[in-house]
Structures are given as structure tokens and as C-alpha cells.
Design a protein around this ligand. Structure first.
Ligand SMILES: Nc1ncnc2c1ncn2[C@@H]1O[C@H](COP(=O)(O)OP(=O)(O)O)[C@@H](O)[C@H]1O
Ligand SMILES: [Mg+2]
Ligand SMILES: [Zn+2]
Length: 553
């Protein structure tokens, strides 16, 4: 038998095998078992997430000799022909190459005839957004008065290009990107069945590189197997993908965190001489810091972090040394560096500068913390100030979507709204929900939803700014409110701590004789040197010798 690529060999043939599209599969199964079949479905989502697969399973469910059934037999002529793409009653049309009015006219002709053999005549139109306006209009006419025996399944990767008139005639399903964890597990299963031994980190690298597309993941696994045979190692997969080894990423991040510029530059040299390019390193570092941030925000939940279980504990230790603000700064520098690298004649220089800037940002953060603590007019010896972070730091300009705002919404209403949205979001995406859980409040005003984060949660706010995450929130809030809302995420200044009365400065009168002068001085000096802020000051300026404390005369 000829070799069949994994993506075809492992195409699910039943609803139960479809990964990551639980809600869609459930709804379709219910419709079939209750015999409420719509005339037109629209499947929207990125490539390689199961749209065509689901369309074919639905077609089989409807036309199976033993159907309509939620469990097509996959054995009768109707089922087998759909699987092999040769059914005369289930027609797959690629709108990308059949865009015009003629094709749709033809389709409208054939819609009129009854199915040749099976129960329904089913048209699967892939990439439907590619149709011309005329073709859309013709299709619309058919959708407006479809014969009882016809079912349309439209699929698209670009929902926004499908006219509203078509949308409103279809039952709409969103196919979500497959999570890292789901991809990882599917690949693990496939590798096992295919008798291939593959290192966990190699699988992890593939799962990460495929960015939510299961088809891409399976194709990469195919390539890895044809390169390596039955024993696939991380090293080879990383070469194949051209990605930087996990260990090296961790080393670079570690050197940045340790503020060791020299080591950072040595590692850059190592990465570049091993044949990786600067842009790759920058992008993968972004992924790495994203993971660190996720570990910090979401804690131990491995579902949310794109690393193999064996690496998770280490990430946790590292992330504990960083604040959300630290990571956000790193992100901003990496994003800027990525931009500079595009079309640069001196990529290495930009890379090195970027990384050194990260080291400096780390120093700067420590310094700013210190200055903030001092500017709070507290002196060593007084009780700890309420918040070490003090007033907001002079952050580099925040990304455009995040605006500063400090108008107070009414507390009670705001929190209730947030709770509702959290509940609605957590059904769809636990990851988005966990980040949204860090918001301070949410308010609905007019046709917009405003979610606010404290400055310390800037990291969560920025992670949520991606179009997919915003869409998840928009969908959840639309469900909740019964109308579409525009979602805005803001970072707001931390509220100043409530005014506390200054601690009593005057010591209570005592009868005891004061200790001798130099003993006071010695104790004072010890107290000052032991003060946390003084110590971090000395650390920032890398003072080697133990300083002397002298009284100002
Ligand atoms: N949700 C999924 N569950 C299991 N396998 C999937 C899924 N999505 C994609 N695949 C794999 O990728 C291949 C291509 O998927 P396909 O349904 O054609 O993607 P799409 O139409 O969304 O681009 C399938 O044959 C299958 O091997
Ligand atoms: Mg497809
Ligand atoms: Zn069948």
C-alpha cells in the first residue's frame, strides 16, 4: 500500500475523534438526533482545525445508510464515498478556484435535482469568502429558498469577508485553534500508534511550532519521521524547525535575569554560530517569556503553558524571581527588537543591543523600586511602607491599545459585571478567563465593555490584547448582554493607599540613662546597613566593600 500522509491517515471519522471542538460536535449531534437539520451551516476558523473533517462527518451522519445517525457506520457505500471524496451526492467545491458566477449558477442548477442515491444532497463549499460578489448573490438566492433535500456546509478561514446576508442564513460555528496541550496529546497518540519513539521535548517543539493547527502539527511530525526514522530526538526536530533549543532559551533568559550581559553576549554567539538567525531567537524568547508569565499568572495548570511537564517546575522557580512588570518590560523590548530586525543590515547588532537593553531594564527596575521607596519620605528604621512598589514607575510607553484611565466606576455594579463575564468566558477559554480574573473591574457603558487592570497586572492586560482573546471576550459579553459590545482593556493607575496617620515620631519619655555616644552610633550604623532598601541600593550599584556609615556633621 502506498504511503499515506499522517494528516490524511489520521483524519477523524467520527464526532468523538474530533479534538478540541467539543461544543460544535455536541450541537451538531443534538441537531441530528433531534432531526433538526439546518439548511446551511457555516464553519469558521483557522486552517487545520477540523472544518473539512467535521463537514465530512456531518455529511456521513446525514447520508449513512443506517442514518441519519450521530454514529455513521463508515462502512456503507454512502459513508465510504464521502471518506474518499467520491460521493455524487456530497459535493466538495473549493471556492478559491471556482470563484465565479458560472460555477454558482451550475451549482444552483444541480441544487434542483434530487439526490442520486442518498438522503440529502450536500454541498461543502470551502473558503467560501473567496466567491465574487455576483457569485455570493447567486448563492444567496439558493440559500433563501433551499429545497428540502439540500444541505450547505460553508467553510471559511476569513469570516469577516463573508457578507452579512449570507451569515444570517446560516447556522454559524466557530472552530477554535487547538490548544498546545491538545495538539501535544494527539501527536503523542499518533506517534505511539505509528510505533515511533519521540522525545517529549521534540513533541513539545512541534506542538508549539504548529500554532494551533493540528494539520500543521501532523505534517511536521511526518517530516520529522521521514528525517529521523523511528527514533525522533529533540535536537533533530529543532534543526528541522530551525528553532532554538529549549535549554539555550532558558540560559539566555537566565543570564538576562541575572543581569549578566557578558554571558548574554556569549550565548548569542553560540546561537548564531549554530545557524539560527537573530529573528528566530527573538521570537522564541518572546514565547519563552510568555510561558514564564503564564506560569506566574495561571500557576501550576499545565493546560495553559506550552512546555512539556518536565520543564514546568523549572519555569516556576524562574518566574518566581520576576514580577509581571519585569516580564512586560522584556516583552516590550523584544517586540521593539523584532521590529528593528526586519530588514536590518546589522541584525546581530540589533539583537545584542536588544538583549543588553533587557539586562539594563532589569537593573533599572531594581533602581526604580529603590528610588520609589526612598521618595516615599520614609527613612531607614521606620516601619515598612505600605507598598514597596510605591508610585507607578516611569514605564516605557504602553502599547497603543492600552490607555491610562482613572475614572472610578461604581464599585458594586462593576464587579458583578466582571463576575458574569468571567463565568461566560470560562466556558469558552479557561486561559482567557484566568487572565481576565486579574482584572480589577468591568463596566458596560453604551455599546462598549470596559475592563480595567491595575498597573501591576499590565502583563495580563497585554496578553489579552490579541485579536483572538478579544474576540473570546466579545463573544462572551455579547451572549451575556444579548447584543454586541466593543471590548476595551485598560490599565489604570493603582489607587493610592488610604491615608494613614503618620506613626508617632516622638519616643515615649523614659527614665533610663542613655547609652554612651559611640554605642548609639554603632547600633544606628548596623540598623542602616541591614535595611532592605540600603542593601538593594548597594546591590544595584554593585558596591563590593562593606561601606562605613558616618554621621553628617
Ligand atoms: N479538530 C481536529 N481533530 C482531529 N484532527 C484534526 C482536527 N483538525 C485537523 N485535524 C487533522 O488535520 C487534518 C486537516 O484538517 P481539516 O479538517 O481539513 O482542517 P480545516 O478544514 O479546518 O483546514 C485532518 O485530516 C486531521 O488529520
Ligand atoms: Mg478545510
Ligand atoms: Zn454509513
Amino acid at each position: 500500500m502506498s504511503y499515506q500522509v499522517l494528516a490524511r491517515k489520521w483524519r477523524p471519522q467520527t464526532f468523538a475523534e474530533i479534538v478540541g471542538q467539543g461544543a460544535t460536535a455536541e450541537t451538531l449531534k443534538n441537531a441530528i438526533s433531534q432531526n433538526r437539520i439546518a439548511h446551511a451551516y457555516l464553519f469558521a476558523g483557522a486552517r487545520g482545525v477540523g472544518k473539512t473533517t467535521t463537514a465530512r462527518i456531518l455529511a456521513k451522519a446525514l447520508n449513512c445508510r443506517q442514518g441519519p445517525t450521530v454514529n455513521p457506520c463508515n462502512d456503507c457505500a454512502a459513508c465510504r464515498e464521502v471518506t474518499s471524496g467520491q460521493s455524487i451526492d456530497v459535493l466538495e467545491i473549493d471556492a478559491a478556484s471556482n470563484r465565479g458566477i458560472d460555477e454558482i449558477r451550475e451549482l444552483r442548477e444541480s441544487v434542483r435535482y434530487r439526490p442520486a442515491r442518498d438522503r440529502y444532497k450536500i454541498f461543502i463549499i470551502d473558503e467560501v469568502h473567496m466567491l465574487t460578489t455576483e457569485a455570493f448573490n447567486a448563492l444567496l438566492k439558493t440559500l433563501e429558498e433551499p429545497p428540502a433535500h439540500v444541505v450547505f456546509i460553508l467553510a471559511t478561514t476569513e469570516l469577516h469577508k463573508v457578507p452579512g446576508t449570507i451569515l444570517s442564513r446560516c447556522q454559524h460555528f466557530n472552530f477554535r485553534a487547538i490548544s498546545y496541550r491538545e495538539i501535544f496529546e494527539r501527536l503523542e497518540l499518533i506517534a505511539g500508534e505509528e510505533q515511533v519513539r519521540i522525545e517529549e521535548r521534540a513533541l513539545s517543539a512541534i506542538a508549539r511550532a504548529s500554532e494551533g493547527s493540528l494539520r500543521d502539527a501532523e505534517s511536521l511530525l511526518d517530516q520529522a519521521i521521514s528525517l529521523c526514522g523511528e527514533e525522533v530526538k529533540e535536537e533533530q526536530v529543532r534543526d528541522l524547525l530551525g528553532v532554538v533549543p529549549q535549554q539555550l532559551l532558558e540560559d539566555v533568559a537566565g543570564a538576562v535575569i541575572a543581569r549578566d550581559s557578558k554571558r548574554v553576549l556569549a550565548l548569542v554567539d553560540q546561537v548564531l554560530t549554530s545557524g539560527r538567525n537573530p529573528q528566530q531567537l527573538v521570537r522564541e524568547l518572546m514565547g519563552h517569556f510568555r510561558n514564564l508569565l503564564m506560569v506566574k499568572i495561571a500557576g501550576k495548570d499545565p493546560q495553559l503553558v506550552a512546555v512539556p511537564a518536565e520543564d514546568l517546575a523549572r519555569l516556576q522557580t524562574v518566574s518566581a524571581q520576576l514580577s509581571e512588570e519585569d516580564v512586560t518590560r522584556f516583552f516590550q523590548i523584544l517586540v521593539a527588537t523584532d521590529g528593528e530586525l526586519r530588514g536590518s543590515f546589522h541584525p546581530r547588532l540589533h539583537l545584542e543591543l536588544g538583549l543588553v537593553r533587557m539586562v539594563q531594564a532589569r537593573r533599572l527596575a531594581a533602581l526604580e523600586e529603590l528610588l520609589a521607596a526612598f521618595s516615599g519620605d520614609t527613612l531607614p528604621g521606620k516601619p515598612e511602607p505600605p507598598a514597596m512598589a510605591g508610585p507607578p514607575r516611569s514605564d516605557p510607553a504602553p502599547p497603543s491599545a492600552i490607555v491610562q484611565d482613572s475614572s472610578p466606576p461604581s464599585r458594586a455594579a462593576a464587579t458583578t459585571c466582571l463576575d458574569g463575564i468571567l463565568a461566560a468566558v470560562s466556558n469558552e477559554s479557561p486561559m482567557v478567563a484566568s487572565m481576565l480574573g486579574h482584572a480589577r473591574d468591568a463596566t458596560v457603558a453604551g455599546d462598549s465593555l470596559r475592563v480595567r487592570f491595575a498597573t501591576g497586572r499590565r502583563g495580563s492586560c497585554e496578553l489579552l490584547q490579541s485579536p483572538e482573546n478579544l474576540e473570546v471576550i466579545a463573544r462572551a459579553s455579547a451572549r451575556l448582554e444579548g447584543r454586541p459590545l466593543k471590548v476595551t482593556l485598560l490599565v489604570v493607575e493603582d489607587q493610592p493607599p488610604p491615608e494613614a496617620p503618620p506613626p508617632a515620631e516622638v519616643p515615649p519619655p523614659t527614665e533610663v540613662m542613655p547609652p554612651p555616644e559611640d554605642e548609639i552610633e554603632r547600633q544606628e550604623s548596623k540598623r542602616i546597613l541591614e535595611d532592605k532598601r540600603v542593601q538593594s541600593f548597594l546591590e544595584v550599584f554593585q558596591v563590593q566593600d562593606k561601606p562605613e556609615v558616618r554621621k553628617l556633621k
